[in-house]
Design a protein around this ligand. Structure first.
Ligand SMILES: Nc1ncnc2c1ncn2[C@@H]1O[C@H](COP(=O)(O)OP(=O)(O)OP(=O)(O)O)[C@@H](O)[C@H]1O
Length: 261
């Protein structure tokens, strides 16, 4: 097992407040993590560190064996796949689905004069097929439904065979059918031998695909609980994290949670 993420004593301070507070966490290449926590808990800040877009105020962050602050992030970032709403906002609406995925090879958005090899074209076709996008390959990004856009973002994030995959709310705002189809694809991907380490953020336990192995619960910049998912995603831990009595249930590797009356 190789360690792909290591946080030790990591804090991020903004306006005198620790928005991430003394976090110690490690992710190995076989892990698939979900991060949950109330609004403002620090989940996006954690992902920004993991994607090498933010430096800690104190403590250390190592990503794929490179220490943030001393390494060349431009060499590191292409090794990390990121699917987030920020990435969606950067993709031009006029870009075709094929090019929106293909341009991940150079880490750019908006195809211009870059040259691609046969192997890139073969790879893009394979990835589009894997994420059920082949029929949409020539459609422009701006004409897609929310569910289709989410698929494009994930396809793009896996296009260059990343060593670490970060998914920020991959199924947020999807209708039930689109969510379930996306979760089935994510489950298949997460359980495949070629998948990298995965860290996904979500607001709802119902949006955790089967195949996720570990969970972290955050509140006010701190880790409330972290470890193997069944040990971590307990009613007591969720109650402490979200501040109300909650009951969590698991069936067939999927979770549900509801407030206790
Ligand atoms: N640049 C900044 N300056 C000041 N405060 C910030 C800054 N960036 C984030 N914060 C604050 O840090 C806290 C954590 O933010 P973060 O976006 O990481 O939370 P989150 O768990 O992702 O929240 P959400 O679920 O709402 O997306 C929030 O209170 C936010 O307002």
């Amino acid at each position: 097992m190789t360690e792909v993420l290591s946080f030790s004593g990591t804090s991020v301070v903004r306006n005198g407040r620790a928005i991430l507070d003394d976090v110690n966490w490690s992710v190995s290449d076989a892990d698939r993590w979900v991060i949950l926590g109330p609004n403002g808990a620090g989940k996006s800040t954690l992902l920004a560190l993991a994607s090498a877009y933010l430096h800690p105020t104190s403590g250390e962050v190592e990503v794929l064996g490179e220490a943030i602050g001393t390494c060349d992030v431009n060499e590191l970032r292409p090794r990390i796949g990121v699917a987030s709403s920020e990435m969606a906002a950067r993709l031009p609406n006029t870009e075709t689905v094929r090019d929106a995925v293909l341009t991940a090879v150079y880490g750019v958005t908006g195809r211009w004069t870059e040259e691609y090899d046969e192997i890139d074209y073969a790879q893009v076709d394979e990835v589009l097929e894997q994420w059920q996008l082949s029929e949409l390959a020539d459609r422009t990004f701006g004409t897609l439904s929310d569910g289709e856009r989410k698929r494009v973002l994930i396809a793009r994030s896996v296009m260059s065979d990343p060593e670490l995959l970060l998914l920020d709310e991959p199924s947020a705002a999807l209708d039930l059918g689109s969510r379930e189809r996306l979760l089935a694809s994510l489950t298949e991907y997460a359980q495949s031998d070629f998948a990298p380490a995965i860290v996904m953020v979500t607001h709802h336990v119902e949006e955790i695909p089967a195949g996720i192995t570990h969970a972290m619960l955050m509140r006010e910049g701190k880790i409330m609980a972290a470890g193997p998912i069944r040990d971590t995603l307990t009613s007591a831990n969720l109650e402490a994290t979200f501040g109300l009595p909650l009951e969590v249930q698991e069936q067939y590797g999927r979770f549900t949670a509801r407030a206790l009356a």
